[in-house]
Design a protein around this ligand. Structure first.
Ligand SMILES: N[C@H](CCC[C@H](N)C(=O)O)C(=O)O
Length: 257
């Protein structure tokens, strides 16, 4: 499956348990010797929710949130679902050619990102080349957001890994750059922790929208254009991030890996 080109191998283990570890995740994700994907998604039975979801990046790191994959779950299951993740319970509802997901409330506490020491998360006093003073936010996973004049002029393929692995981010970090065209419209790109440049990052879109709202750059609802397509983000009355966009089921097959 994929969400705007951010592609996944989704293992449906709701009836039969499947064990995945870092090595197996890397083997599945390998685009030359495996199946190939940005993330591996393991769907299991839920105890207090309809299903559970675990997520591994292509580098084998297990993480707590994946926005584009969360939209794929109701499409796979065929109905609205509650999903238990390591970051909490999410609700995903079928809508149009994908779904709307309540991704919960963002956290801007430095120790919730986490950062190695206390800093102002509205504008970290840090710079990597031309990228400086990002917003830091956790939306189930950790992100920094840089607002720039032109996302296409930034060498994200070189600055991304420098930032991802900076020791100021004890759990590494997802790196987003965005330029605001209007209060309800921005363009963005993401270097993903554990996956690199992807065609879309759902949690990156959530983080970028939340950062734009924090800095009063964005209206309470906006369209975000990513390399693979557009997502709509809205802020609910109680500060939750509501993300809407497509989710595509490509094929279902048998594989022994
Ligand atoms: N690379 C992310 C996980 C996948 C996020 C992205 N695929 C999304 O749609 O949210 C991380 O390490 O937190």
């Amino acid at each position: 499956m994929h969400g705007l080109g951010n592609d996944f191998v989704v293992v449906d283990a709701r009836t039969d348990p499947v064990a995945i570890d870092a090595d197996r995740a890397r083997a599945i994700a390998d685009r030359h010797t495996g199946i190939g994907c940005d993330q591996i998604i393991l769907i299991g039975p839920g105890s207090d929710t309809d299903v559970s979801m675990r997520i591994w990046n292509a580098d084998g790191s297990e993480v707590a949130a994946c926005g584009n994959a969360t939209r794929c779950v109701p499409v796979l299951v065929g109905r609205d679902v509650s999903i238990r993740t390591a970051a909490g319970i999410l609700h995903a509802a079928l809508e149009g050619d994908g779904a709307t997901v309540d991704m919960g409330k963002p956290s801007f506490d430095w120790n919730a990102i986490p950062l190695a020491y206390a800093m102002d998360t509205r504008a970290l006093p840090l710079a990597w080349g031309e990228l400086a003073n990002p917003v830091a936010v956790n939306v189930g996973n950790p992100h920094v957001v840089f607002f720039v004049p032109d996302v296409h002029a930034v060498p994200l393929e070189t600055l991304g890994p420098d930032i991802e692995y900076d020791l100021v981010f004890p759990e590494r970090i997802n790196v987003n750059i965005a330029h605001v065209l209007a209060p309800d419209h921005l363009v963005m790109r993401t270097w993903e922790r554990g996956a690199g440049l992807t065609r879309a990052c759902g949690t990156g879109a959530c983080a970028t929208f939340a950062a734009g709202r924090l800095l009063d750059l964005l209206a309470p609802s906006a369209r975000l254009d990513l390399p693979g397509g557009s997502l709509r983000l809205a802020e609910s009355g109680d500060g939750h991030l509501l993300m809407s966009g497509p989710a595509t089921h490509v094929f279902t097959g048998e594989a022994s890996l």
